[in-house]
Design a protein around this ligand. Structure first.
Ligand code: PGA
Length: 250
């Protein structure tokens, strides 16, 4: 199964008008890249980014599971689409921890977003104490099972991002063997859930990906790209990662 790598940036709570030039620079390079490229931006920047970089894949960082209603401060799938977004992250560990989102919430968000027409990147990952206790694979596999949407419309519209919490923004990364072991286990879970389509779902790695470690991570079996936080904010940091992902033999 040929999977084209996907490199998605997650700008988190960074980015105002002044940073639109970075979006434009990234979008221009994305046109000729050998990998899919997307930026998940703060909601306030989505529409302006889409205008500044027509045709480029801009996404949100979260979506509410309800179509609409009394949910102060939240954003619906229809609103993201209306602003020009094509995709959204769901279940990032910063939302699971900071906003108390459960696996059931994440599953509902993924189902709502896919049904509305947004592509989805669903995040999972273990804490350092779970990793140290030797329970990383079983814990993350169970988290995936409980967070997965019931069905996916097309494999290329749904991706999973394995992001060890202890690796996010810390400069620490798992060994390539640890990444390989986890991604193989997640591939098995995706095949059990979706059959053959599970082979087409991209499994991204996330957590302190940067230009200097990207090629090594992308060489791991069943790593189909990356979700990148800090190193996605500047084109100069992000584009070498896109380049490393483009080098994958298709
Ligand atoms: P990081 O963040 O690349 O800054 O570690 C990754 C993420 O949280 O998606």
């Amino acid at each position: 199964m040929n999977r084209r790598n996907l490199v998605a940036g997650n700008w988190k709570m960074h980015g105002t008008t002044a940073e639109l030039a970075e979006v434009t620079a990234i979008s221009i390079a994305a046109e000729t890249a050998g990998a899919d490229v997307a930026l998940c931006l703060p909601a306030t920047l989505i529409e302006r980014a889409v205008r500044a970089a027509p045709g480029f894949a801009v996404g949100g960082q979260d979506v509410h599971q309800a179509e609409k209603g009394a949910h102060t401060g939240c954003i619906s799938a229809a609103m993201l689409l209306d602003a020009g977004a094509r995709l959204t992250i769901v279940g990032h560990s910063e939302r699971r921890e900071g906003q108390g989102e459960s696996d059931a919430d994440v599953r509902a968000k993924a189902e709502t977003a896919l049904a509305a027409g947004l592509d989805v990147i669903l995040c999972i990952g273990e804490s350092d104490s779970v990793r140290e206790a030797g329970r990383a694979v079983s814990t993350v596999s169970a988290q995936l099972d409980a967070s997965l949407p019931g069905s996916i419309p097309a494999a290329e519209r749904f991706s999973v991002a394995y992001e060890p919490i202890w690796a996010i923004g810390t400069g620490k990364v798992p060994s390539v063997d640890e990444i390989a072991e986890m991604h193989a286990a997640l591939r098995d879970r995706l095949r059990s859930a979706f059959g053959e389509a599970g082979n087409g779902v991209r499994i991204l790695y996330g957590g302190s990906v940067k230009a200097s470690n990207a090629a090594e991570i992308f060489a791991v079996a069943d790593v189909d790209g990356a979700l990148v936080g800090g190193a996605s904010l500047k084109a100069a940091d992000f584009l070498p990662i896109v380049e490393a992902a483009s080098a994958r033999a298709e």
